[in-house]
Design a protein around this ligand. Structure first.
Ligand SMILES: [Zn+2]
Length: 457
């Protein structure tokens, strides 16, 4: 059994995964705040940690994967007020839509999907403990975590105090002892959702939720804490501070041993944002593309790197899926005598190197005659179980997807020819190929890793 290696954000090192208890692997990943449709950035996070959970399950007998739903938050309150609907109506609607979208992407439901509103009693007890430990204080119905009381603050994000303030966009407030202090509990007015607490009617701050939901469901320390890179600061830094302070420890590993963060999804090199009007909603994308295609496209970059979304990714994913399903359709032989080939388990175990695993699958399918069919099938099924693809019956897939593989092959052939001409310094010939493709609406993208293509937008 090859070992799993993880790039741990806390030590900023790639480390061999050594479970706290190999009979019970425990992982937590921060889930969505439910007040709108999920976008492809939300989908990437869910797919990355689902894929990692599948990898863990392929090696360990017992894996508990927890990913929460944040169903209390100021953005939710605002959205519900705007729409004039009760908060729980809004959150249960978008929780259902999120879960349905994820299921369309072959994301398995987490073993436990806690909802923040169901843990408020535990959060109150947790905050009381922090106050007792002198790590938090009450002021005007608010409870704040006192950052200077936790000396390890900043270890995860590697930021000094000034950067911490800039990053957390802390509002200057005269009720805090220190500007870095963050809110654990805040007062609610009568028209805001609230729970009775020792500090009056109020609601929990976001950072406290995950500390409590992870501890109640997994016990601390647990093995892996994950989430999107945007959560690293302040959310995860604040989680570590609170959870360690609650047990009077300065060692972040006493909360979670390894930290994994997935990179952003960008659109043509830019961050997705409302102001740029470039947010791609999953719900819309699923109307035009098969969930498996979207999933494979989102796995085409290694999870830590940012992934620049473009139509070419979907096209490439479709071509691979078609090749694989065609193969599986034509070969229904026994794969029990086959071998795992193409180093796919090694690539996936190496900090979830999905692009290398996908390249291997492509190689096996392109050079079918060099391998025996049983081994190709065995390797495809192994990769599919972890990557969450090849889940359909081949006939079902071809019925839903009608893509022109011939055209895709033709483009790849021309790119190869252009590379040969460029090597021979026949730049005129190479440019002629580029222009020919351009006239057909195909744009070539040259980079150090080689040439890819996309349909011109
Ligand atoms: Zn969280």
């Amino acid at each position: 059994m090859n070992e799993i290696y993880i790039h741990d954000s806390l030590s900023n090192q790639k480390k061999k995964f050594e479970p706290i208890d190999s009979n019970n692997i425990r992982m937590y990943a921060c889930g969505p705040t439910v007040y709108n449709y999920a976008h492809i950035g939300n989908a990437r996070m869910a797919i990355v940690f689902d894929t990692f959970a599948r990898l863990l399950r392929s090696k360990y007998p017992n894996v508990t994967y927890v990913s929460n739903i944040t169903d209390i938050d100021d953005k939710i309150i605002e959205a519900a007020n705007e729409l004039n609907v009760p908060i729980n109506e809004l959150t249960s609607k978008y929780t259902d839509i999120y879960n349905q979208d994820m299921s369309n992407l072959n994301v398995l439901p987490p073993d436990i999907q806690p909802k923040a509103t169901e843990y408020v009693e535990d959060m109150i007890k947790f905050i009381e403990k922090l106050v007792q430990n002198d790590k938090a204080y009450e002021k005007d119905g608010h409870v704040f975590f006192h950052v200077p009381s936790y000396p390890g603050y900043g270890k995860l994000s590697n930021r000094d105090a000034e950067q911490q303030l800039a990053g957390s966009r802390v509002q200057v407030s005269n009720i805090k002892k220190n500007q870095q202090d963050f809110v654990l509990w805040k007062p609610s007015s009568n028209c805001q959702p609230g729970w009775d607490s020792p500090w009056g009617l109020g609601r929990p701050g976001w950072h406290t939720e995950c500390c409590v939901m992870s501890e109640v469901n997994l016990k601390i320390p647990f093995d892996i804490h994950g989430g999107g890179q945007d959560l690293l600061f302040p959310h995860h830094e604040n989680e570590i501070a609170q959870s360690c302070a609650s047990i009077n420890s300065d060692n972040p590993e006493e909360y979670a041993k390894y930290w994994m963060h997935n990179g952003f999804v960008t659109i043509n090199g830019e961050k997705m944002s409302k102001s740029l009007n470039n947010i791609i909603l999953l719900n819309e994308l699923l109307k035009e593309h098969d969930g498996e295609t979207i999933r494979l496209a989102l796995l085409s970059s290694q999870y830590r790197k940012s992934l620049d979304w473009n139509k070419n990714l979907l096209k490439q994913a479709e071509v691979l899926l078609k090749r694989a399903y065609d193969f599986l359709d034509n070969y229904d032989g026994d794969d029990s005598k086959g071998d795992l080939i193409g180093n796919i388990p090694e690539h996936l175990s190496n900090d979830l190197d999905t692009p290398k695993a996908i390249t291997s699958i492509n190689e096996l399918l392109k050079n079918k005659s060099s391998y025996d069919d049983a081994s190709i099938k065995k390797s495809l099924i192994y990769a599919g179980n972890i990557l969450g693809i090849f889940c359909k019956k081949p006939s079902e897939w071809s019925k839903q997807n009608n893509i022109d593989e011939k055209e895709a092959n033709e483009i790849e052939k021309l790119i190869h020819k252009r590379n040969v001409l460029k090597k021979a310094k026949d730049f005129e010939g190479a440019d002629a190929i580029r222009d020919l493709l351009h006239s057909k609406g195909i744009e070539l993208i040259d980079s150090q890793e080689g040439t890819t293509w996309k349909l011109k937008s």
